[in-house]
Write a protein that binds this ligand. Sequence first.
Ligand SMILES: [Zn+2]
Length: 310
Amino acid sequence: MKYAIGIDIGGTKISVTLGASNGKILVRKRVVTRIGSQSKACIQEIIANIHEIFREFKISSKDILGIGIGAPGAVHSKKGVLPRSPNLAGWAGIPIVHIFRNKFKVPVYLANDANAAALGELVFGAGKKVKNLIYITVSTGIGGGLIIDRELYEGAGSVAGEIGHMSIVPEGRKCKCGRRGCLEAYASGTAIAHWYSEAKKCKVKGAKEVGFAADSGDKTAVQSYRKGAYYLGIGLANLMNVLNPEAIIIGGGVLKSSPPVYWKEVLKSAKDHAWPEAFRTTGILQSPLLGHSGDLGALALVFKNAPSRI
Ligand SMILES: [Zn+2]
């Protein structure tokens, strides 16, 4: 068995894990994300947590293949520097790969978190046996990653896979990216909460709350999920018409909190909007890594890319 360290950097918390090449996570540490002038201290805390893991498992840098880091924003994996991201103020420009490589003397890999999650599906999840896949996370927002010929495709400006911001409704609802009519504004957890709040003339915090209402038989709640599913299906149809991958894998919190009709509606809408041949040959699957995709994505960066050293 081979081992790696994974670091999943999020807007509120950072997860540091020790994982094995079979996808088993041996330990997970949590660090609260600090921004602005505190970002450097936060990185020191991540480093301290890795040392702690080494002590607990009586291992050293020599026993791991490398360190994988998933982070939000338009990460260019070859540059190894964190980009500007609205959720990580003060982190932009930090040469994170260099810092960890210097400290631990092992290969260090960096990628956008959704791109890393796509690799996670390729290495550990629903994509083990396919060559081409698209991973989509439907959560508070919508993100995604493309794997072409078993390699991550980042595009010319490292923004490939920004599926949440494909245009679905011209001049439609305002998206948090500043433009209008994006998929994220119509099919994310935030959008589902919006559909519900609008119909009920109330304010719910997120899709999870709508999910609880749906569970207790609230028809408006179920309808709000169906609406989100309808638009997600349009997004999926566009993707399969353009790329026709073997698999589109859906992860993220919305799936977890959704009523059963949600998934049926996603498939129906995809079928209604896609070319029949594209729909017939592209599998639409639920992620088997639900809840662990960030950690396994960061670890997959290592297991996919590191030259075997152990
Ligand atoms: Zn947008």
